[in-house]
Design a protein around this ligand. Structure first.
Ligand code: CDV
Length: 310
């Protein structure tokens, strides 16, 4: 008997700077309801779901900055989402800015949690590949200051056994790095969940930026196929505070085929029934890691960050 899970990507249209958490959570609850009515058992929301994508601005006032972070999860504003999910018996992935106190020291992470069908947090991931800069770049109209607002995640790429499958998490820029998927696939993941905010002006070079959507598909399809995983990827999309965020939320099978894709840049749910045994199929054949991988030849990947001369 095949094992299946009905998964949904719950894409969000733009969130304005002045939109309240309460208003955003109401939108999330509506999306959760629609996903449930279409049979979904697991819903993936975007990266930094609860606010506008604030790393586009350089803020210096600590109070202004802190207002974008969550200090508890669930908190008063997000609890209704957890309660609705529990009532609907639906699991979810939620990205948010996390302000954590570890050993008495404040840390800021770009975080995603995995919540099971009982409304319990069963996994936490903190974004490892932070794009952009740690200070504003002169001459750029669009800043991308994730290295200013966040530290690299300190939890590694874990895989969580839950909801009848093995789930890994990644956040936005992580999806472009093959290492992201491979580490989780080696740990036996069958599904990788990804939330993202991808502006179409990141490099500032038209020839590259015009390929933003192609690179989104390329990364997600390659990651799914080369690692024999389902990939559920969800965008925050549309014209948000002067920035154009691509949509293209999608569900990709372990074959690399896109089985569902959003057609708008607004709030939109896409759903697919995912056959989890499809992941095993490729792992027994072309991507039988134990039989075909040659780790000795890959040493450099973990020994160095950047290019080396041979
Ligand atoms: N939020 C992101 O990580 N965005 C990056 C952009 C800036 C390139 C991405 O990889 O989509």
């Amino acid at each position: 008997m095949s094992r299946t899970i009905v998964a949904a990507a719950a894409q969000l249209g733009p969130i304005a700077r002045l939109d309240t958490r309460k208003a955003v959570v109401e939108r999330l609850i509506a999306l959760l309801g629609e996903a449930a009515s279409r049979g979904a058992e697991l819903v993936v929301f975007p990266e930094l779901t609860l606010t506008t994508f604030f790393p586009r601005w350089h803020m210096t006032d600590p109070d202004e900055i802190d207002a974008f972070y969550e200090t508890e999860m669930p908190g008063p504003d997000t609890r209704p989402l957890f309660e609705t999910a529990r009532r609907l018996k639906i699991g979810f992935y939620l990205g948010y800015a996390e302000l954590a106190v570890e050993n008495g020291v404040k840390h800021r992470y770009n975080t995603a949690i995995l919540v099971d069908r009982n409304g319990e947090i069963v996994g936490t991931y903190r974004k490892i590949h932070l794009p952009g800069w740690d200070r504003p770049q002169p001459g750029r109209t669009a800043q991308h200051l994730e290295k200013y607002y966040f530290e690299p995640g300190n939890l590694g790429f874990k895989v969580f056994e839950t909801m009848g499958t093995r789930i890994g998490m990644a956040i936005c820029n992580d999806r472009r790095w093959p290492e992201t998927y491979r580490v989780m696939a080696l740990k036996g993941s069958e599904m990788i969940l990804v939330g993202y905010n991808t502006p179409d002006d990141h490099t500032g070079h038209f020839d590259f930026d015009s390929l933003t959507q192609f690179h989104n598909q390329l990364s997600l399809q390659a990651g799914a196929y080369q690692n024999s995983n389902w990939v559920i990827a969800t965008a925050k999309a549309g014209h948000e505070e002067g920035s154009n965020l691509i949509g293209q939320s999608m569900i990709v099978a372990p074959s690399g085929q896109i089985v569902a894709m959003a057609t708008s840049t607004a709030d939109e749910v896409i759903v697919a029934k995912c056959d989890l045994d499809m992941a095993a199929l490729y792992r027994k054949t072309i991507f039988d890691f134990a039989r075909h991988r040659e780790p000795e030849a890959y040493r450099l990947i973990v020994e160095t960050r950047g290019p080396v001369s041979d």
